[in-house]
Design a protein around this ligand. Sequence first.
Ligand code: IPM
Ligand code: MG
Length: 361
Amino acid sequence: MECKIALIPGDGIGPEIVREAKKVLDRTAEIYGHTFHYETLLMGGCSIDAYGEPLTEETLAKAKASDAVLLGAVGGNVGNSRWYDVAPNLRPEAGLLKIRKGLGLFANIRPAMLYDELKAACPLKESIIGDGFDMVIMRELTGGLYFGEHKTEEIDGIRKSTDVLVYDENEIRRIAIKAFDIAMKRRKVVTSVDKANVLDSSRLWRAVVNEVAKDYPEVTLNHMLVDNCAMQLVMNPGQFDVILTENMFGDILSDEASMITGSIGMLSSASLGAGKLGLYEPSHGSAPDIAGKDIANPIATILSAAMLLRYSFDLDREADAIEAAVAKVLKDGYRTGDIMSDGCTKVGTTAMGDRITENLV
Ligand code: IPM
Ligand code: MG
């Protein structure tokens, strides 16, 4: 198979983790006889430095013209005035929101599972971990608070800010369908998370999810309030199969879910739309404080590359191979600092990428 992959290394640790993921993709292509053509694009702070904006129309067009996009991370220290003392729509993160919206990627899939080998790195008690957990967070990605009107004004000397939370039923329906579809391939349980005791948008969310559920009689649907869900994630994570939720709740809950897998450095993600083009990125940020030190964990990005092969190219065998190589390396006791535990071998970013590449079969 011949495909065009856009690489967006971004800022902070982005370039080093994308470099490792590319190494893994190249070896996979070699083993399975594919040709991946890469084009490296600028987004985030590095694009601000080069073009004065976080994502140019030309770059967006190039991403659109590719078959899949692999992203590292964007953003830097808020103290970096070159990137942050500017209008909100010119900051590094705005590039990320623009590419998600521009490519129509409304469905963000974030799988969170606990590898047996990482139980020691999981901050939860053994009695809570039990047999571990394996869940997928399906986060709505192009609506809600993130994309409603944002404004700050001064009225009679009082500063006032507004952020609008809007969802229409079609936006809710299409993400709900994605969640039920994925549940059908898993343990067939969807937990839809909202704040229906307070928000109108959540009440509509609940009603539409109930309508969609009628087409999936085999799937068990539960509704859960977001505050309760935050608690349940650390009290009984094993109960979740697919968590379906809106943009902001999904942002927060996926960080929580990633932490109980042992480290935020383990959580991959896929952002999908109606077609095959997807954007794949680790769920973590650009960690500017550890950038360039060869200590960042590249696994979330490498697992995102596996998702890229699976969802954009239907290369399930190849994706399985990458996931198996990651599991093998963890089993062999190699750890980056964030997931290090007693008796394991500590390695850096490059060595972790090398170990995974060597274990690909
Ligand atoms: C994420 C990130 C982004 C988000 C930021 C960087 C805008 O936290 O992908 O979860 O809030 O969506
Ligand atoms: Mg986030």
